[in-house]
Design a protein around this ligand. Structure first.
Ligand SMILES: Cc1cc2nc3c(=O)[nH]c(=O)nc-3n(C[C@H](O)[C@H](O)[C@H](O)COP(=O)(O)OP(=O)(O)OC[C@H]3O[C@@H](n4cnc5c(N)ncnc54)[C@H](O)[C@@H]3O)c2cc1C
Length: 405
């Protein structure tokens, strides 16, 4: 194996899986991984679920314990910010001026919470959720009880709303679209999520746009909306994420909705790769570029980048996957549907246990299993196939038979 110097910027899920992949494939050269957070690399997906609910402690969300990095010869440097790249000299400059030389540099800088620059956005008590510190702040809020206002009915807004409600808070969610998640799952399945939240006591106000944050005693005291003011004790702004591309932009790499990479996670500069939430990578299966902010994407792209660095084969050739947990709903999704694709439901929505297939021109573009487990790998084989809707919904036709069309 070559002894190239590898530097990974970002000690999140994707960065950690690059490092893990390199060692798993037998790479023995020097690896440095930089993370601007002071924490050991952890699984961010737990911050709105088990960790927030107190079902996992800090140690329970770590990707590895501290000794793993030393045992695997990984120079993990935490609380360190990478500031700029000199592509000609192949050096990375840190915020404190230190320079690190690299042969291959991997950018895994993730995403920031999107912020809306409306009145009151900077008031104390306006919260976002992206890192451990912010999850701790929410937990503290939950402990005190009261009324949480959530702006945004996407995955994170809904997961936090559910956790807050389960912790005994009063919760109001506002969002401008007609149904939660309808921009992804379409209106029918979006309505299912709306019903789930209303049934569990969330005051869900769809079709309501937030215009600002109400001030009360110098702190966030509610949400100003186009349908009037809603008084709350704290406000979570959960309106999506923006990829952290500053470093890539400064380096002159191609950036358009993330850092552009080929199917092997390589940017326009062959010495620099990008993975995870920041990568807008060419997917060979779908024949288009995708940027996905999902756990599975971070794991798989991290492992793929490691193989690319080592000259091993592999490509971004899989269907996207994600999951969520909200109240008693657990689901997994595989595929890449448009919100306008036709949902076909196998089973009954009312039962709380069903599978949804999305179809476009007779072809299954995505599938989602809700509270039915160990079927997602089978669903993955069905996505991309032309299958008549009657077969998809027929309980007499075994799922495994559907892949054949
Ligand atoms: C609350 C929450 C819940 C989620 N739930 C789900 C879920 O249920 N299912 C799902 O599929 N996905 C979920 N996700 C998405 C998933 O967590 C992300 O897709 C994944 O973490 C992306 O990994 P990453 O390594 O690309 O980025 P990150 O995990 O964000 O890691 C990036 C790291 O880079 C560091 N960094 C950034 N810039 C610099 C710099 N200049 N110098 C040094 N370090 C830097 C950051 O501090 C951070 O530690 C969730 C995300 C959040 C925030």
């Amino acid at each position: 194996m070559s002894e190239q110097r590898i530097v990974v910027v970002g000690a999140g899920l994707a960065g950690a899986h690059v490092v893990q992949g390199l060692r798993a494939e037998g790479f023995t050269g020097p690896i440095t991984m930089l993370g601007q957070e002071p924490e050991l690399p952890y699984d961010r997906t737990k911050l709105s679920k088990e960790y927030l609910q107190g079902r996992l402690d800090r140690a329970g969300i770590l990707l590895h314990d501290e000794s793993w990095y030393a045992e695997n010869g990984v120079g993990l440097r935490l609380g360190v910010v990478a500031a700029s790249i000199d592509r000609v000299a192949r050096t990375l400059r840190l915020a404190d001026g230190e320079e690190l030389a690299y042969d291959r540099l991997v950018l895994a800088t993730g995403a920031d919470s999107r912020r809306i620059p409306f009145p009151g956005a900077d008031l104390p008590g306006v919260m976002t959720l992206r890192d451990l510190r912010e999850s701790d702040a929410l937990k503290e809020l939950f402990a005190g009880g009261g009324h949480l206002g959530v702006i945004g009915a996407g995955w994170i807004g809904l997961e936090v709303a559910a956790a807050a409600r389960q912790a005994g808070m009063t919760v109001t969610v506002v969002a401008p679209n007609e149904q939660p998640l309808d921009n992804i799952l379409g209106p029918r399945i979006g309505a299912y999520f709306a019903d789930l939240h209303v049934r569990n006591g969330i005051d869900l106000r769809m079709g309501v746009g937030a215009k600002g944050i109400l001030e009360r005693d110098g702190c966030a005291g509610g949400i100003v909306t186009d349908h009037g003011d809603i008084a709350t004790d704290a406000v979570l702004v959960a309106v999506g994420a923006v990829p952290r591309v500053a470093l890539a932009q400064q380096a002159g790499l191609e950036v358009h909705n993330g850092v552009l990479t080929d199917e092997r996670m390589v940017t326009a500069d062959p010495a620099i790769l990008a993975v995870g939430d920041i990568a807008n990578a060419y997917n060979t299966l779908l024949g288009e570029r995708l940027r996905r902010e999902h756990w599975d994407n971070a794991l798989r792209q991290g492992a793929l980048a490691a193989r690319t660095i080592l000259g091993l084969d592999g490509a971004y050739d899989w269907q996207p996957y994600f999951y969520t947990d909200q109240f008693d709903l657990g689901m997994e999704y595989v595929g890449n549907n448009l919100a306008t694709d036709e949902p076909v439901v196998r089973g009954a929505l009312e039962s709380g246990e069903f599978i949804v297939f999305w179809q476009r021109d007779g072809v299954v573009t995505a599938a989602m299993n809700v509270n039915i487990w160990d079927v997602n790998d089978t669903l993955r084989t069905i996505v991309g196939q032309a299958v008549p809707a009657e077969r998809l919904t027929d309980p007499a036709v075994d799922l495994s038979a559907l892949a054949a069309g």
